[in-house]
Design a protein around this ligand. Structure first.
Ligand code: NAD
Ligand code: ZN
Length: 240
């Protein structure tokens, strides 16, 4: 693969590297992608845009948890794959390595990546609806525990960015800063349709970084990238 050797060459002289991952990076772990559908597009007759919305947290938090616990049950036996594991080595290899993910499955964390900029939250974290205290919930325990805030006694909600909500501002700003100053920016396993996450790749490119895409299919990003590595993340990332 000509592009692969060029990307390896490029990385030899790169100090700052950013990676943005999407649902495709977890496909080989058995988690359906967004557009891959799976059995997660509709929950009890309700489209997931509705059940995963800020409005539903207000109206029926128990139903929201039921849906998220259903997803947690689907994810709980899914293990990090070769791509997640390879990225844990990248964090040792570069002067500055930034892993940004749109995924909520927590698999980068389970693989051993340290500082992960989770733009859409994490399905195994819960947040107090009043004081915003954050709780880790054990991926193996479904339904989730705890269900109340130990500080103020209020209810907990999934710490996931729902439809109708803003991305976590500090996390996003950090991702922007890192994107603007990296030498190489990787877009891995994302359909490149979800803004503002994919806008980070634009920021990087305009600031002078090389863009590399890893995806078995073409996306709106492909023609904008300097290198396109066509294939599964679990095969390609370890080769890099
Ligand atoms: P998407 O489903 O829109 O696109 C997935 C992309 O991955 C596609 O372009 C597909 O060609 C590619 N792909 C499929 N298999 C791959 C593989 N083995 N290796 C590399 N690429 C592969 O996903 P998205 O762009 O991440 O956007 C969907 C949104 O839904 C995100 O905001 C995300 O938060 C959410 N989501 C998350 C998960 C998860 O946490 N695992 C799962 C589904 C959806
Ligand atoms: Zn609280």
């Amino acid at each position: 693969m000509e592009n692969l050797s060029q990307v390896k060459e490029l990385l030899k002289n790169s100090k700052r590297v950013c990676v943005l991952t999407g649902a495709g990076v977890s496909a080989e772990s058995g988690i359906p992608t967004f557009r891959g559908g799976g059995d997660s597009a509709v929950w009890k007759g309700m489209p997931f845009e509705k059940i995963s919305s800020a409005e539903m947290v207000e109206k029926d938090l128990d139903a929201v948890w039921e849906w998220f616990d259903h997803r947690r049950a689907l994810y709980k036996d899914c293990l990090p794959n070769a791509a997640h594991r390879a990225f844990t080595l990248w964090q040792e290899r570069f002067e500055e390595f930034t892993l940004i993910t749109q995924n909520v499955d927590g698999l980068h964390e389970r693989a051993g990546s340290r500082e992960i900029l989770e733009l859409h939250g994490n399905i195994n974290h819960a947040k107090c609806v009043d004081c915003s205290g954050i709780y880790r919930i054990d991926p193996q325990i479904v339904p989730h525990q705890p269900s109340e805030c130990s500080e103020c006694g209020s209810k907990l909600r999934p710490d996931v960015v729902l439809f109708g909500e803003m991305l976590p501002i500090e996390t996003f700003q950090k991702a922007e800063r890192r994107s603007k100053r990296c030498d190489v920016f990787f877009v891995v396993g994302t359909s490149a349709l979800v803004y503002p996450a994919i806008g980070l790749a634009d920021l990087a490119k305009y600031a002078g970084a090389k863009l590399v895409e890893v995806n078995p299919e073409e996306t709106p990003m492909t023609s904008f990238c300097d290198f396109s590595l066509c294939g599964n993340a679990g095969d390609i990332i370890p080769l890099i």
